[in-house]
Design a protein around this ligand. Structure first.
Ligand code: HEM
Length: 143
């Protein structure tokens, strides 16, 4: 009988403490990958990768890289659930008139993957970022 009471009390306390545990907000992908420092590292690696790729660099020849860096950081921050505000133009407006081909889009994604890899993102984390960016593809291709 005593044992029975003890077990009931134990079960009850485990149950209640589980209920009382504060509900933690899920960690955003932004936080998981290391926050602003990692977002900046990805962006700098990406700019570096683009500068070494003749085909993709052509698109950026007249670009103000300081502005691009700032806006790309903001965009990636928002994409991954970070505490930022995107102040750049829409993806449609920015990429309009560039007539970006599917092949060049895919090459750019490869450069971004390489940039994320060098910034220390796991394969799974890289894929999570790509899955977020994928729906924007239609706003960039052949515009
Ligand atoms: C993977 C998805 C992509 C994302 C999330 C992205 C995002 C951005 C952002 C945030 C900007 C800056 C916007 C602003 O200045 O207001 C930008 C600019 C630019 N993007 Fe993309 N981009 C992507 C793919 C591409 C691709 C595939 C190309 C070409 C192959 C490209 C070429 C450019 C160029 C040339 C600019 C600068 C335009 C200018 O000088 O005004 N982007 N992009």
């Amino acid at each position: 009988m005593v044992n029975h009471v003890k077990i009931t009390a134990l079960v009850l306390s485990v149950f209640l403490s589980a209920c009382a545990a504060p509900t933690k907000a899920p960690v955003s992908l932004y936080e998981e990958i290391g926050g602003q420092a990692t977002i900046e590292a990805i962006t700098d690696n990406f700019i570096n990768e683009v500068s070494f790729n003749e085909t993709i660099f052509q698109y950026f020849e007249k670009t103000n890289i300081t502005r691009f860096r700032e806006k790309f950081i903001e965009h990636l921050c928002v994409d991954t659930g970070g505490p930022c505000t995107y102040t750049g133009d829409t993806m449609l407006k920015v990429h309009q008139g560039q007539n970006i081909t599917e092949a060049d889009f895919n090459t750019t994604v490869d450069l971004l993957v390489s940039a994320m890899e060098k910034a220390g993102l796991s394969y799974l984390q890289q894929n999570r970022v790509l899955r977020i960016l994928a729906p924007m593809r239609g706003e960039m291709l052949y515009k």
